[in-house]
Each structure stands twice: as C-alpha cells, then as structure tokens.
Write a protein that binds this ligand. Sequence first.
Ligand SMILES: [Zn+2]
Ligand SMILES: [Zn+2]
Length: 138
Amino acid sequence: MPAWTGGCLCGAVRFRIDADPLSGVACHCRDCRHVSGGAEADFVVVPAAAFTKLSGAETVYRSTADSGAAIWRAFCPVCGAPLFSGSESSPDLLFVMAGSFDDPAAFQRRLHIWMRSAPPWHLVEPDVPAFPGEHGSV
Ligand SMILES: [Zn+2]
Ligand SMILES: [Zn+2]
C-alpha cells in the first residue's frame, strides 16, 4: 500500500504511516467534541510502530477519558490543529485524526463509539455500527 501522509493546517508538523488502518472510528465523547471543535472526532487506528514523524514538534495534552483511561492528545502549537492521540493502556496503537490526512478519501468510518454522550444533532449512518460506550476492537 502507499504510505499515508498528513500533517497540520500550517504544515509545521508532518507525518507518514506505513500500514493499513486497523479501524476508522467516529468518537462522540465530550472530549472529542472539544478537540474537533464541532461534532465527533473521526480518526484512524494504526499500529504505533508504523507511524513516522517527518517534521515539526507537537504539543501534548494529557487527560482522563470517560472510560477512565489516561489519554494523551497531540496538536500543533502553531496552528492548533489536532493531529494524533494515544492511550496509556494501549501504547501499541495510535489514533490519527482523519482531517489531517492529505488524501481526504482515505478515511472510512467503520464504527461509532460513545453514542450515549452524543448530542441529538450528531448524525450516524444506518449501516455503520454504533456503540453506547467504547468498543473492544478499537
Ligand atoms: Zn500547524
Ligand atoms: Zn472521544
């Protein structure tokens, strides 16, 4: 497969991923609404070992998720764009924001999570599985 490339709005932070995504997730939790600045956060799950940063220096914000997991989220300190995140309990996985990819068609939603936190204006495709909380496969 071709490598996935992406980065932030201003172009300071750039990265490459050399693996097929393990999943494409839309998370509707409160924290993801903050991070996206609007609706849910769409991200791909990739093996952390397949991720290579090409340039830039991200800033990391740490918090505790609704699930109780210790989460870290990286964003560009220059333009503020959210980039990627991870969980201390799953150090082998990386969650990369779908909006950061150079090819916008590369992302496919395979599941929705934390639907019980979603406001009524979040729309969900009828053919994509939706879970009230987190889902074990992500
Ligand atoms: Zn930037
Ligand atoms: Zn979330």
